[in-house]
Design a protein around this ligand. Structure first.
Ligand code: ZN
Length: 372
């Protein structure tokens, strides 16, 4: 059985695992990293991998990183929530390790893992939507990851759904992830507690008495207890999520959406309002099969498992890898002008979506879907 190492590179931590070819993690390590320092993150990656290599023989090493990875799967072009700009991650880590690595977008890695081993097993047309701090996403078409021409397909979190709406970490306004993410959930709850403290007694209690103390786990807990204010937050955010899934369906017609990320741990608290909004917003509803909307199965391990499996696949499909210290294998990182010329800030492409999703989720009926 061939083993591979997968590394999940996030904003505040690096988690690495040795993964077998059936997707099982047989060893795992974690390190904290400062989000603002690419070199220290690269050092942490090299450390955890080196530690695992001391005990396990592996055929490939894959990194799943939170940001835009270029088509050569080598350079981190941009990370909305990290300090990475045109960072040659593959080359830097290979220099430290003396071995080849494959870099992949973290959502791509998770989608691959869920399709091979998790919630979407058996499906060939899958979209993963990871609802965490922001929204990550990945597209699988006909059983293959769809990366786009430049490697950065599948970023619907930055489709603008509200013209001149909330400011996003990417620099634009009104992005979907400002309405359908964990951050949006927290913003809704705090705003509600500020405006209507008498209606948010339980939320405030769990948050230590102030709106600022309310975060995701408190909202989920209150909602689980049946607290109306917390349930209302999930209705709103789930409503935005479902409308966005309907818009994505208009483009991609997937068989299955896998909803991952931290907020998906709330399960049907999030998915029931999302399914209800999806059913309402879907073009041609009643006359077409509905995509499944499922909770991710692999949890936080998906990034590790997917990065390892993609690296293993890449190593099988390419010439045998050398174990010699790698020379910088790719050309220079993409020029900045190339990034700007393909920036998402193109009003023409966003207008239709904005129109389609302009209904705020706040007006949605509070009925919970019972159609599935
Ligand atoms: Zn954005």
């Amino acid at each position: 059985m061939t083993l591979a190492i997968g590394v999940d590179v996030g904003g505040s931590k690096v988690a690495a695992g040795v993964v077998d070819s059936s997707g099982q993690i047989i060893a795992k390590l974690k390190r904290s990293t400062p989000a603002a320092s690419p070199p220290r993150t690269e050092q942490a990656i090299a450390e955890v991998v080196t530690e695992l290599l001391a005990s396990y023989q592996v055929t490939a090493i894959g990194l799943g990183a939170a940001g835009f990875v270029d088509a050569e799967r080598a350079t981190m072009l941009f990370a909305p929530n990290l300090a990475w700009r045109d960072e040659p991650l593959k080359q830097r880590v290979e220099e430290r390790l003396g071995r080849a690595v494959v870099v992949e977008n973290d959502a791509n890695a998770s989608a691959w893992a869920e399709t091979r081993f998790g919630a979407a097993r058996g499906y060939r047309d899958v979209m993963l939507v990871a609802v965490g701090t922001g929204i990550g996403a990945a597209i699988i078409i006909g059983g293959e990851l769809y990366r786009g021409r430049w490697g950065i397909a599948g970023e619907p979190g930055h489709v603008r759904v509200v013209p001149e709406g909330r400011l996003c970490g990417c620099g634009n306004r009104g992005c979907w992830e400002q309405y359908a993410s964990g951050n949006a959930l927290v913003a809704e709850a705090r705003e509600f507690a500020r405006r209507t403290p008498e209606g948010a007694i339980r939320l405030l209690q769990l948050g230590g008495g102030t709106p600022e103390g309310i975060s995701g786990p408190e909202i989920t807990r209150a909602a689980t207890e049946g607290d109306p204010a917390a349930l209302r937050c999930f209705q709103t955010v789930g409503g935005w999520l479902g409308q966005g899934l309907a818009d994505l369906t208009a483009v991609l017609d997937p068989a299955c959406f896998v909803i991952g990320g931290g907020v998906s741990e709330a399960g049907d608290l999030l998915l029931d309002p999302a399914r209800a909004a999806f059913d309402r917003a879907l073009t041609g509803r009643g006359y077409r099969p509905l995509a499944e909307i499922k909770v991710a199965q692999l949890g936080q391990d998906a990034g590790i498992v997917g990065a390892a499996d993609l690296a293993r696949e890449a190593s099988q499909n390419s010439v045998p890898q050398t174990t010699a210290p790698s020379s910088p294998s790719s050309g220079p990182p993409g020029p900045g002008s190339f990034m700007r010329s393909t920036s998402m800030a193109n009003p023409a492409t966003n207008a239709a979506t904005a129109q389609n999703a302009a209904n705020p989720g706040t007006d949605q009926p509070t009925a919970v879907a019972t159609t599935r």
